[in-house]
Design a protein around this ligand. Structure first.
Ligand SMILES: [Fe+2]
Length: 133
């Protein structure tokens, strides 16, 4: 089942939300292409895009919340650093092994599920703190 953006994922920051929507859409594209065992010519560009976009998005989001001096903001930066490593690891694994059912499951758990739960539990909380500040 594809991931869907909903109001429950809104941080209240329109440009952060727009980037989250784009991330969810690209993760859905990736998982669909993996499930159908599409060729490297289709999957590699999505992975490359995601790697770049995640990086840009995190920098942008960290800057958007940088003025907040709260534990959530520090936890967010730490979580982003961890996730960057996860993305690099999964991309390297794809390059070594190609598409497989086990890598598809791992991408779903460690990329898709992580993103949605991070948005819900960390980014939305930061958005609420930013609005209250
Ligand atoms: Fe975040």
């Amino acid at each position: 089942m594809a991931y869907a953006w909903s109001d429950s994922l809104s941080t209240g920051n329109p440009s952060v939300d727009a980037e989250h929507k784009q991330l969810i859409q690209q993760v859905n594209r990736l998982l669909e292409a993996m499930k159908q065992a599409r060729g490297k010519d289709e999957i590699q560009p999505i992975l490359s895009f995601l790697g770049r976009y995640v990086d840009e998005h995190f920098r942008h989001e960290e800057a958007a919340f940088a003025r907040l001096d709260c534990p959530e903001q520090k936890a967010n930066v730490r979580a982003h650093a961890e996730f960057r490593k996860t993305v690099a690891e999964l991309v390297a694994r794809y390059q070594r092994e190609g598409a497989s059912p086990s890598l598809t499951i791992e991408l779903k758990n460690r990329l898709g599920d992580w993103l949605v739960s991070h948005i819900k539990n960390v980014d939305c909380k930061l958005g609420a703190i930013a609005r209250a500040a």
